[in-house]
Design a protein around this ligand. Structure first.
Ligand SMILES: NC(=O)c1ccc[n+]([C@@H]2O[C@H](COP(=O)([O-])OP(=O)(O)OC[C@H]3O[C@@H](n4cnc5c(N)ncnc54)[C@H](OP(=O)(O)O)[C@@H]3O)[C@@H](O)[C@H]2O)c1
Length: 277
């Protein structure tokens, strides 16, 4: 995952940063109006395989984890039914260990719902972002959810097999990736006053991952959806955000029970509305 991202996404970013002064010079020296390749251009050779909308055509084929949150530990001490498992999603061996612990806690039962919520965000622009920050964000926001789903897949499959429900649902077996509208390419211009390049690119990758998971795991009876919680007053969202944690979480909790196969592979917001890729 990191090897491909380094060459296919971080490489083009660093190339554009390095060649920017020369491109700007060409644009300034040109007498042409508007934008064109003969004036100054960056062409990134991509692939239809990178189109989330086209993925179905080209793609053949309550335990809570925490890292160091004191709030969660306080919550668990007040609610003995909550089981906490220590986990750093940027560490593959910690993910494998957590899956073993959860398997033990489930005592032979399957896991119905995996919510990948961990995420990181940095205030970086196209000018200030570097290769390390791009990889750091990708590791937590995209590779983490991928490895989590791989590690927990046997338990999710077990839940789906043991269920008598038809179709796909969160009460049967589901992977919910907490993503963001900032990972939507179509919506980028609406919020680009906050460039947050590493966050956007990693969440766009998470959106693509969700689509691929839906196409792959649907056959095994596992629903896969990406959810945008809204702009929420958390450490990440800041106190300027629109929504309180309570409003966002209540919204997300009312969306989960209505999710079905028609939503699998989509990005929805906290009110259940589809966000375009
Ligand atoms: N807040 C918003 O406005 C907003 C908007 C759209 C999407 N989201 C998404 O919602 C999710 C939650 O965000 P938030 O607003 O609650 O952010 P937050 O206040 O910054 O909290 C992020 C959480 O992720 C955990 N985390 C980060 N890296 C981790 C790792 N490597 N392993 C395990 N846990 C890790 C943090 O754990 P520690 O406490 O141990 O650091 C923290 O609990 C994220 O995926 C974010 O992208 C948020």
């Amino acid at each position: 995952m990191i090897r491909a991202y380094r060459t296919n996404a971080v490489g083009p970013l660093l190339m554009a940063q390095a060649f920017l002064p020369l491109l700007k010079k060409a644009a300034q020296n040109s007498t042409e109006k508007g934008l064109s390749c003969s004036k100054a251009a960056i062409i990134n050779i991509s692939t239809v395989m990178g189109s989330i909308q086209k993925t179905s055509e080209s793609f053949f084929k309550p335990v809570i984890s925490y890292r160091c949150s004191k709030e969660l530990r306080d919550l668990a001490s007040r609610h003995p039914n909550l089981v906490l498992v220590k986990l750093d999603v940027a560490n593959p061996s910690a993910i494998a260990d957590a899956a073993k612990i959860v398997e033990g806690k489930l005592k032979g039962a399957g896991l119905n719902l995996l919510i990948n919520n961990a995420g990181i965000y940095a205030q970086v622009s196209l000018e200030t972002v570097d290769s390390e920050e791009m990889i750091r964000a990708y590791r937590t926001n995209a590779v983490g959810p991928l490895l989590m789903a791989q590690a927990f897949l046997p338990l999710l499959k077990k839940a789906a097999q043991n269920s008598t429900e038809k179709g796909l649902s969160c009460s049967k077996a589901a992977i919910i990736n907490i993503s963001t509208v900032m990972g939507s390419i179509q919506k980028t211009s609406e919020s680009f006053f906050k460039p947050v390049i590493s966050y956007r690119c990693s969440k766009a990758a998470l959106n693509m991952l969700t689509k691929c998971q839906a196409l792959t795991y649907g056959e095994a009876g596992i629903l896969c959806v990406a959810l945008h919680p809204g702009w929420v007053k958390t450490d990440m969202g800041s106190q300027e955000a629109d929504l309180t944690v309570d409003t966002s979480v209540r919204g997300l909790l009312s969306v989960l029970p209505v999710l079905s196969e028609k939503h699998s592979g989509n990005l929805l917001n906290w009110e259940g509305k589809v966000i375009p890729w």
